[in-house]
Design a binder for this molecule. Structure first.
Ligand code: FMN
Length: 169
């Protein structure tokens, strides 16, 4: 066994102070690809990954979370349980989807899918030398977050993740 992944995941700790430097487009693309490579229940991919760079939107999200690192970071992701695409397919096929996040099973499927994506991104980001912190605090006001991000029906913002170069490292 290579010690690399083992050592990397053992070193994890949340980072809440980031340098102002923004994460490059190339790294963001690689992080999203790493996230999308996670397993997904029944290949349903019941999630969306939203990247937030607009300072005004970040500021509004900070008001929901009450945590300054929602604004002060190198990049901000919001992970969303997303059955919107499925609802559109539903309309065309006239097939009633058994799952959506309104059911316990649908909520579990979406939560697990989005979390696996996020954790792939977290580990890859840490391997790139960034620090990360999850932001469950966005659920302080789910309706407000849906409004700020202009989310369609059948979506649920699960948590955010702030990342960037650690201030102290
Ligand atoms: C789903 C989830 C949501 C979290 N939400 C927040 C949050 O809103 N704010 C925060 O500062 N840390 C948040 N955290 C980070 C935890 O507080 C942290 O992972 C935990 O205290 C363990 O510390 P460590 O990550 O340094 O090992 C969250 C972690 C997870 C997994």
């Amino acid at each position: 066994m290579s010690e690399h992944v083992y050592n990397l995941v053992k070193q994890h700790h949340s980072v809440r102070n980031f340098k102002k430097e923004r994460i490059s487009e190339e790294h963001i693309k690689q992080l999203v690809e790493a996230g999308q490579s996670a397993s997904t229940s029944s290949y349903l991919q019941t999630y969306s990954i939203i990247g937030v760079e607009d300072p005004e939107i970040k500021e509004e999200l900070k008001e929901v979370s009450g945590q300054p690192y929602v604004v002060e970071n190198g990049y901000l992701f919001v992970f969303v349980i997303d059955y919107y695409r499925h609802s559109i397919i539903d309309e065309h096929t006239k097939v009633d989807m058994a799952t959506s996040f309104e059911s316990a099973e649908g909520l579990l499927v979406g939560t697990v899918d989005a979390t696996l994506v996020a954790q792939n991104i977290a580990v890859t980001a840490e391997d790139m030398g960034y620090g990360i912190v999850y932001l469950g605090s966005l659920r302080n006001d789910i309706e407000r977050v849906r409004e700020i991000l202009n989310l369609p029906d059948h979506t649920f913002p699960l948590f955010g993740m702030a990342l960037g170069i650690p201030e102290d490292g």
